[in-house]
Design a protein around this ligand. Structure first.
Ligand SMILES: [Zn+2]
Length: 180
């Protein structure tokens, strides 16, 4: 019984995120705070959620990390500043997904090259999907393709993500063909 009580108390340590569990929830939060959502200002959103974001040169294979500091209890995200800015945005969104969805499971995430080994466990797969939906919301994505352009490079420029991220997102949303 003692173990069950402990577990319950542990889960209650994150009350601020009780109603923030999906990318859509975060987009609504960003809107309510007056942040840009088109495309989303991912750095300010992370800060809004209490995560400190540090841009630092890291080893090339490391995209970023998210660690809960033991003494202060503060969550600190590192982003590889040597990577392309579009990739950095994906990294931030991915680490934010760990903060929102997986903080009860781990307090130390280190991420290496997302699309090559990123789906190596359920948390990584979930964080990638969460990040893609946060950076490229379905409505906006479909709207852009219907009204502006279906070219990968146009979508990548608009949503400020890599062309690889656009291709993966397009596939998830049911698009196929040479362009996407
Ligand atoms: Zn990860």
């Amino acid at each position: 019984m003692a173990f069950i009580r402990k577990g319950m108390v542990k889960e209650r340590k994150l009350p601020e995120f009780e109603e923030l569990s999906t990318p859509e929830d975060l987009i609504k939060l960003a809107e309510s705070k007056g942040l840009n959502t088109d495309p989303i200002n991912i750095t300010e959103l992370a800060q809004e959620l209490g995560v400190t974001v540090r841009f630092e040169p890291l080893e090339d294979e490391v995209s970023g990390s998210l660690v809960k500091e033991k003494r202060s209890g503060a969550w600190v995200m590192k982003v590889n500043s040597l990577h392309h800015p579009h990739r950095q945005r994906f990294t931030i969104a991915h680490e934010l997904a760990h903060r929102i969805c997986h903080a009860a499971n781990s307090d130390n995430f280190e991420d290496k090259t997302f699309f090559r080994n990123g789906d190596s466990n359920w948390m990584e797969a979930e964080a990638n999907q969460f990040a893609a939906a946060l950076l490229m919301p379905e409505n906006s994505f479909v709207n852009y393709i219907d009204n502006v352009s279906s070219k990968v490079e146009d979508l990548a420029n608009y949503f400020q993500v890599s062309s690889m991220a656009v291709r993966v997102r397009a596939k998830v949303l049911g698009y196929e063909g040479h362009n996407l």
